[in-house]
Design a protein around this ligand. Structure first.
Ligand SMILES: Nc1ncnc2c1ncn2[C@@H]1O[C@H](COP(=O)(O)OP(=O)(O)OP(=O)(O)O)[C@@H](O)[C@H]1O
Ligand SMILES: [Mg+2]
Length: 346
């Protein structure tokens, strides 16, 4: 059995609408798992279930072979940083960080040592004697993180812990979180709606939509092989087009025939997708080509993007600056077979 097991969790706040449904997550010890999804999909609710702040209507949560649903919050020994990282305003930064340790019976000297180490790790060593209101939003966020980490929690729960930091600090801090999490071997659930942030640090990602996990896999697998249209869309695929199987790896969309890598169609209701970077302009084969006309050209910096009208619909295609196409120009697109992804159309 895995270290963390959420089994068939259901949550309804009002007894009518399900906010989470059939939610399953398993994690190994020391893993960092992210919950990724749009606003309102149930990420914070999932974290609240794990933290013990809400009791699920159905399902179980087993941690290290112990059923947790009935264990009260304060007995769980989890570190948490929530979206609103409440610091104690009347305590200094060092006292805030020490707070979780106060409940333990450790000596003052040991406590000071741990607090100072954690302040240093989080880049707060100069600020230990200040009060929260004397800190910037980003600094407060780091205090919240230090406070959660210093207790060496069994589980670390982070709800958008970097949302108040500027872009550069955000990247630094996410590397820092990953380093600390690995070094201390802390099993971590990280909530974000930022795809790059999530993919860069996670061992596994749960992509959520409307209270349901649509895909739970490694970042690499999700990036390359999204399973549903929602997941593909969320992680930046464009260009969705109808597809039906002809025979074996051969498929059809309208009049066009496509060779793919799928011997078996992955779903009954199929849709195909391809990234704008993966479409080639020019025909190199007989199959997998679509004729079209450039409708709009935009400059992306490292490439040009074309909106191309075809018999299969509109496609976004990225081209280089070696050959630039004009609005109205007729072009042929090639869809390399290994770049065509077949999805469940939901
Ligand atoms: N206490 C509550 N009572 C009733 N409904 C709630 C409550 N808390 C959250 N919800 C609803 O549950 C759904 C999921 O909310 P949740 O906070 O889990 O979303 P989220 O994925 O964390 O979103 P965000 O990215 O905006 O933080 C939303 O539709 C929200 O309105
Ligand atoms: Mg939230």
């Amino acid at each position: 059995m895995s270290f963390v097991n959420l089994n068939d969790i259901r949550v309804s706040y009002d007894g009518k609408q399900n906010i989470l449904e059939h939610l399953n997550i398993s994690m190994e010890k020391g893993e960092l798992v992210s919950l990724l999804g749009p606003s309102g999909c149930g990420k914070t609710t999932t974290l609240r279930v794990i933290a013990g702040l809400i009791t699920p209507n159905d399902g179980s949560f087993v941690l290290d072979d112990e059923e947790m649903v009935k264990v009260p919050v304060h007995k769980r020994n989890f570190g948490m940083v929530f979206q609103s990282y409440a610091l104690f305003p009347h305590l200094t930064i060092a006292e805030n960080v020490a707070f979780g340790l106060k409940l333990r019976k450790i000596s003052k000297a040991e406590m000071d040592k741990k607090v100072n180490e954690m302040l240093a790790v989080c880049g707060l060593e100069e600020l230990g004697s200040r009060y929260p209101k004397q800190l910037s939003g980003g600094q407060r966020q780091r205090v919240a993180l230090a406070r959660a980490l210093v207790i060496e929690p069994k589980l670390l729960l982070l709800d958008e812990p970097l949302s108040n930091l500027d872009a550069k600090l955000r990247v630094q801090m996410r590397i820092e979180i990953k380093r600390l999490q690995q070094q201390l071997g802390i099993t971590t659930v990280f909530v974000t709606h930022d795809q790059e942030e999530c993919f860069s640090i996670s061992d596994k990602v749960a992509v959520m939509n409307n209270g349901v996990i649509e895909q739970y896999d490694t970042p690499e697998m999700i990036y390359r092989y999204p399973k549903t249209k929602f997941v593909a869309n969320f992680i930046g695929f464009e260009n969705f087009f109808a597809m039906e199987q002809v025979a074996g790896k051969e498929y059809r969309s309208g009049e066009a025939i496509f060779e793919t890598t799928y011997e078996q169609a992955p779903a009954k209701e199929l849709v195909a997708t391809i990234r704008p970077d993966d479409i080639e302009i020019a025909s190199t084969e007989e199959k997998n080509i679509v004729n079209g006309q450039v409708e709009v050209r935009t400059f992306l910096g490292k490439s040009y993007q074309y909106e191309v009208t075809t018999a299969l619909g509109k496609f976004l295609v990225n081209g280089n600056d070696k050959q630039i196409y004009e609005t109205g120009e007729k072009i042929t697109l090639t869809f390399p077979k290994e770049k065509i992804i077949l999805l469940e159309n939901k």
